[in-house]
Write a protein that binds this ligand. Structure first.
Ligand code: SF4
Length: 483
């Protein structure tokens, strides 16, 4: 139990969207009076407290229900609300203390909004009655660990995992099939892959944008198009991907949970797939707190990145929408996710990564890496979990163009930190800072190139697309195209 809390909630508690009986309304009032001060409960109506070490995940300002975002660090506070520690970090720590960390792998569903604001205790009592109160009490107080867990799950799992979701902690390998994209094909062929990104334009003109695509295309397998990175509106990732497809370049479509609903996700992905876009990177997205003013809603509006992967994998492999409708002509998808190896303890980070792989991630693109030697601990954890061979990993590399860029990344971007020696090198370089930035990038590539479990690099250009050809050539990585 998390102890008495000052009912800290960033969003107000929900009210039900439907007429409820007097008894249920009364029970809901009692529930909020107790769970509000104790757990910061928002009456989501889809209670997970039993599985999150009795710390309510809805205390996360983003409302993430499947583990920490890339902004969490053990030392620093939540990057959205700097006055508090990351609530997910507390949940993970508590789960470790109580030996329940593997429970954190279960992929939890998004809210059923038809239930928000309603009480959950009535449902729990109903389920207990169904198996018999005496049987329930006997089951959880006596018998082995397995028996206790079975009895517990016979009540709580059926509540937290409704039939339309049916989440679990298992790995679901993609259906055996031919690679659907050049990116997947090269990974599977065992090549060391180079991907990059081209910055989406601010306006509707595409002349410079197309030139940038054409400049990087001969050197990379795939080009990422961010989805309003840093929470700043730009040309949409869909439009950018379509321009790339028209120019015979292979896009990676990035889609941020920050701006996505479950309905929008499913329709959009079916649509982009019909346009020839196969690589989909599901991310939470930079929070609006780091975007421009006026600041928009900091909550995730409907689903998180793990839930996105789970939904898309089922659409691809089972031909089923979240609402249960089945369909033919399933989309060809190569699903990716972001990971932030240094945002928290590698042991904790590997749990979140494990969950993403179980949900459907086939490749990872990491956050920016400036201390490659620290990757070993993280890779070790993935290996221990037997997941290193289940995912392809691209290491995020950004050549620094100036000392200011270095400091911006270090201080403003959640989950990114530059060691002092790199900051000093950039500062000392003065007018030669761009050259120094390139040398640093080449050194990092050199040290990750032969690491076991690393399958390539993702060059994040930060608007410096013209440098991609030099980085790829001088790092000795073969020129690659998607064909
Ligand atoms: S760091 Fe991220 S996951 Fe943790 S509480 Fe803040 S927004 Fe939520």
């Amino acid at each position: 139990m998390s102890g008495i809390k000052p009912a800290r909630r960033w969003q107000p508690a929900f009210f039900p969207f439907k007429k409820e009986s007097f008894g249920r309304r009364l029970l809901a009032k009692v529930e909020i009076c107790i769970k509000g001060p104790l757990f910061g409960c928002r009456m989501c109506g889809n209670c997970l407290l039993q599985e999150t070490a009795f710390i309510c995940p809805m205390e996360c300002p983003k409302g993430i229900r499947n583990g920490p975002c890339g902004g969490v660090t053990p030392e620093k506070n939540c990057y959205v609300d700097e006055t508090r520690k990351c609530i997910w970090y507390s949940i993970y720590k508590k789960a470790f203390e109580t030996g329940r960390e593997e429970k954190l792998l279960e992929v939890l569903p998004p809210l059923d909004w038809n239930k928000v604001g309603t009480e959950t205790w009535g449902e729990v009592v109903g389920k207990i009655r169904k198996i018999g109160t005496v049987n329930f009490v006997r089951g959880i107080t006596s018998g082995g660990k397995l028996k206790k867990s079975e009895v517990w799950d016979s009540v709580f799992k059926t509540i937290r995992q409704p039939a339309w979701w049916n989440g679990d902690s298992d790995y679901h390998p993609p259906l055996s099939r031919e690679p659907v994209s050049g990116l997947e094909r090269r990974f599977r062929a065992g090549e060391f892959v180079v991907a990059t990104e081209v910055t989406p334009p601010l306006g509707s003109g595409t002349d410079k944008f197309i030139k940038d695509i054409e400049a990087v295309k001969p050197y990379v397998t795939a080009i990422n198009f961010t989805d309003s990175s840093s929470a700043r509106p730009k040309m949409s990732s869909i439009a950018c991907c379509k321009v790339a497809v028209d120019k015979d370049a292979e896009p990676v479509f990035q889609i941020a949970a920050r701006d996505t609903t479950r309905t929008g996700l499913q329709s959009t992905v079916i649509g982009v797939n019909a346009l020839g876009i196969k690589n989909i990177l599901c991310i939470t997205g930079d929070n609006s707190i780091i975007g421009p003013s006026p600041t928009s809603n900091m909550n995730l509006i409907d689903i998180d990145s793990v839930q996105m992967l789970w939904i898309l994998r089922k659409m691809r492999d089972e031909g089923i929408y979240l609402d249960g409708r089945t369909f033919k002509n399933t989309p060809d998808l190569f699903l990716g996710a972001a990971t932030s190896p240094f945002s928290s303890d590698p042991v904790l980070q590997s749990i979140k990564d494990h969950k993403k792989i179980n949900a459907g991630a086939q490749f990872f693109q990491t956050n920016l890496i400036y201390e490659p030697e620290r990757l070993d601990l993280w890779l070790e954890q993935l290996d221990k979990r037997n997941i290193l061979n289940k995912v392809f990993i691209l290491i995020g590399i950004a050549p620094l163009k100036s000392y200011n860029v270095a400091m911006y990344l270090h201080t403003k971007i959640p989950g990114v930190s530059l060691p002092e020696k790199i900051r000093k090198r950039m500062e000392k370089a003065g007018a030669s800072a761009p050259e120094e930035g390139v040398q640093i990038a080449l050194e990092i590539i050199d040290s990750v190139k032969h690491k076991q479990g690393i399958n390539g690099i993702h060059i994040m250009t930060l608007g410096w697309e013209s440098i991609v050809s030099r980085i790829v050539t001088e790092s000795g990585l073969n020129a690659q195209t998607s064909n």
